[in-house]
Design a protein around this ligand. Structure first.
Ligand code: FE2
Ligand code: FE2
Length: 283
């Protein structure tokens, strides 16, 4: 999809703010922006600027750490807050009630509102590309935890799904976050032009992301999270809405739905599901 670089920067508070953000935060902000664009079904507007316009000039305007600190204190919520807990514009909406024993499908339809279209597009692409069912499921789930929290979403998401999916699926979800920043042309992943266009050539992941990448690159399951990134790249198309029913069989075969309902099965992550189900509980 086309990306209006200027509109994206404005949405974050301006080019100076973007330049002041950590690299990981910038990439996450971009992903959220693209997700919102896809979810809204409104094609991103274009300013007509050529790709890369302004890239080199903004690179020389990085603010200081002190300026970054100043920006933090101008917002009412932190950047890492989950989609359910803050409205992009206006007030947060009333949420429909959840069933007594909610399933993954219930969460998908009633709570994963901001992330579902992007994840469905990603899973749809993985299916079209002939990926394994485990990779398709990983794509379907990979960003949904951003309804709860966005910071380090790969790790949070894998933790939330770990009791219900195979180790391989959890591995794919956890490490897609780090692998996004490292290209692997042999397997179809080029460093996204989008990142280069928006953030310039000096983009560098944080050290913990680099260390994670180096570990995963040598791992026997490297291809699992790599394929999530490959099918993630192009999953921001406006007006493309794959349906969850397309994946019902894969969910049935690979997701261990607890009979008590997600959030009520006594698992170590049940509270995460309850927090998504009932985000208006004050304490
Ligand atoms: Fe992600
Ligand atoms: Fe994604």
């Amino acid at each position: 999809m086309n990306l209006d670089r200027r509109a994206f920067f404005v949405s974050l508070g301006g080019a100076a703010v973007v330049a002041s953000m950590s690299d990981e935060a910038k990439a996450d902000a971009l992903e959220r922006y693209m997700m919102a664009q896809a979810t809204s079904s409104t094609p991103a507007t274009s300013t007509g600027s050529p790709p890369g316009a302004g890239g080199s000039s903004t690179a020389t305007k990085f603010p200081t750490v002190a300026e970054l600190d100043t920006q933090i204190a101008t917002r009412t919520t932190r950047r890492g807050v989950g989609n359910l807990f803050a409205a992009n514009q206006g007030n947060v909406p009333h949420l429909p009630p959840m069933p007594e024993k909610p399933t993954l499908v219930d969460f998908y339809k009633l709570r994963f509102v901001a992330t579902s279209n992007h994840c469905l597009q990603s899973a749809n692409r993985a299916m079209k590309n002939g990926m394994s069912e485990e990779i398709i499921l990983a794509c379907l789930l990979h960003d949904t935890v951003q309804e709860l929290i966005k910071v380090d979403h790969g790790w949070w998401s894998a933790q939330m799904y770990e009791p219900y999916v195979s180790e391989k699926v959890a591995f794919a979800i956890r490490y897609h976050q780090a692998l996004r920043f490292y290209e692997d042309k042999e397997h179809g992943y080029e460093y996204p032009d989008l990142y280069r266009r928006i953030f310039g050539s000096d983009y560098r992941p944080e050290p913990y992301i680099q260390r994670t990448y180096e570990m995963v690159r040598k791992h026997k399951w490297y291809m699992e999270p790599r394929m999530v990134t490959v099918n993630d790249l192009y999953a921001f198309e406006p007006n493309v809405h794959p349906q969850l029913e397309q994946f019902t069989d894969i969910i049935g075969r690979h997701f261990k739905q607890p009979k008590e309902g997600l959030g009520f099965d006594g698992s170590p992550v049940a509270h995460m599901w309850r927090s998504i189900a009932m985000p208006d509980h004050p304490l």
